[in-house]
Design a protein around this ligand. Structure first.
Ligand code: NAD
Ligand code: DAU
Length: 359
């Protein structure tokens, strides 16, 4: 089959990446989607079991630290677009193992930039590819922490505080440097906290859903008054689609839904909704809330000003927080097997079961 485009999506077995892969595979049957992922603890191919037999989908188990393998993949598939999501993504892990974040998030990103630059022969005029594009998916955490008021805009100065956000900030700088130095056509987006189906149960919302189901303590860091700005993951995927196709080369887009919640308020809402769904007496899950030692370097507040993507690209979230959270809870309650396989580690066998000997 002749495809109109080939898009390499890195980190496609992860939380956000799997939603992006699903959106592109189903919305663009004339694109070939190559999902490149190392399958770390956060990579779960079961997230894609509903679409992994589609003729326009290919999986490549490759680590972005392996430059030879990246070259092989570029030579083999000749992608004309990259959407780069592969990363170490959990702040608490970055505090314990910062170097893992430097390797994947910084060096891995530079490997990928090098490969795109070398493969796309940007100095050849006219360039052999139609509209090549390197899209780097980043985070609002690069901007640091806000006080009680104000928003992160695309002009906000970088001020990362955790090893995770420092590594993401560094990778953003490299992406811009490849644009300015080598003319690589890049675009970057910085998004706020995502939530939704297939979220690994180490992050606040899925961890607490899992703990409520298992009647385990809900560990709230510090005074619980930290604020995050939450976006439903499927809305992040539609924003990525917009930015990839319509964003200006060299530009940055902040992505968010103007939806701030203090952690403790969110946790209490989650407890109430879970009690309703589980048929518990009101207040049952709130007693599980346990204040614990704070995260070092904990950023007080994040809030994204998403006016640019709203106005320039016409993107807006499709669901309210109430709708997205209800969908998320319903998904976790009807996918107990997914949670069991993730918490037991069984999900890591799926690659061998599906692809053993074939890839
Ligand atoms: P995730 O941890 O769920 O998934 C990361 C994926 O990358 C996994 O499939 C993992 O196997 C893969 N990976 C990790 N190291 C790799 C390597 N060396 N080579 C190849 N693959 C590797 O992450 P996520 O939450 O889906 O985040 C995806 C991207 O979006 C990240 O770049 C993250 O910084 C960014 N982001 C996340 C959020 C959020 O709230 N989760 C918000 C804004 C931006
Ligand atoms: O803002 C975007 C970022 O959001 C992404 O770039 C990161 O990849 C993603 O992990 C997320 O980072 P956070 O640190 O904000 O997410 P996390 O779910 O770990 O924590 C959300 C808030 O809840 C934060 O203030 C810390 C707090 N927390 C978290 C956990 C896991 C708790 O109080 N208790 C917990 O057990």
């Amino acid at each position: 089959m002749n495809f109109k485009r080939t898009i390499l999506i890195t980190g496609g077995a992860g939380f956000i990446g799997s939603h992006v892969v699903r959106l592109f595979v189903t919305k663009y049957p004339d694109y070939r989607i190559v999902n490149l992922d190392a399958l770390t603890y956060a990579g779960n191919l079961e997230n894609l079991s509903d679409i992994d037999q589609q003729p326009n989908y290919v999986f490549e188990k490759v680590n972005i630290l392996d430059a030879d393998e990246l070259k092989r993949v570029f030579d083999q598939y000749q992608p004309d677009g990259v959407i780069h999501l592969a990363a170490e993504s959990h702040v608490d892990r970055s505090i314990h193992s910062p170097l893992d974040f430097v390797y994947t998030n910084v060096i891995g990103t530079v490997n990928l930039l090098n490969q795109a630059k070398n493969s796309w022969n940007l100095n050849t005029k006219p360039c052999s590819l139609n509209n090549p594009r390197f899209y780097h998916v980043s985070t609002d955490e690069v901007y640091g922490a806000l006080g009680e008021t104000g928003y992160f805009t695309e002009q906000t100065k970088y001020d990362p505080h955790s090893p995770y956000s420092a590594s993401k900030a560094s990778s953003d700088h490299f992406v811009r440097a490849y644009h300015d130095t080598y003319g690589l056509p890049v675009v970057i987006s910085n998004c706020s906290n995502n939530y939704g189906p297939h979220h690994f149960p180490e992050k606040l919302i899925p961890l607490f859903i899992n703990n409520i189901i298992e009647k385990k303590p809900l560990p709230v860091y510090g005074d619980g008054l930290y604020t995050r700005d939450w976006l439903f993951v499927k809305d992040h995927a539609t924003a990525i689609d917009k930015v990839f196709h319509e964003g200006n080369s060299g530009d940055t887009y902040n992505i968010g839904g103007f939806n701030e919640w203090r952690n403790i308020d969110l946790v209490k809402l989650l407890c109430r909704l879970m009690d309703e769904k589980l048929g518990n007496a009101p207040g049952t899950s709130e007693v599980l809330i346990t204040y614990v030692k704070d995260r070092p370097g904990h950023d007080r507040r994040y809030a994204i000003d998403a006016s640019k993507i709203n106005k320039e690209l016409g993107w807006k979230p499709s669901v309210t927080f109430e709708q997205g959270l209800a969908q998320t809870i319903d998904w976790y309650l009807s996918n107990g097997d997914w949670l069991t396989r993730v918490t037991s580690g069984e999900y890591q066998a799926y690659y061998d079961e599906q692809y053993g000997g074939k890839v």
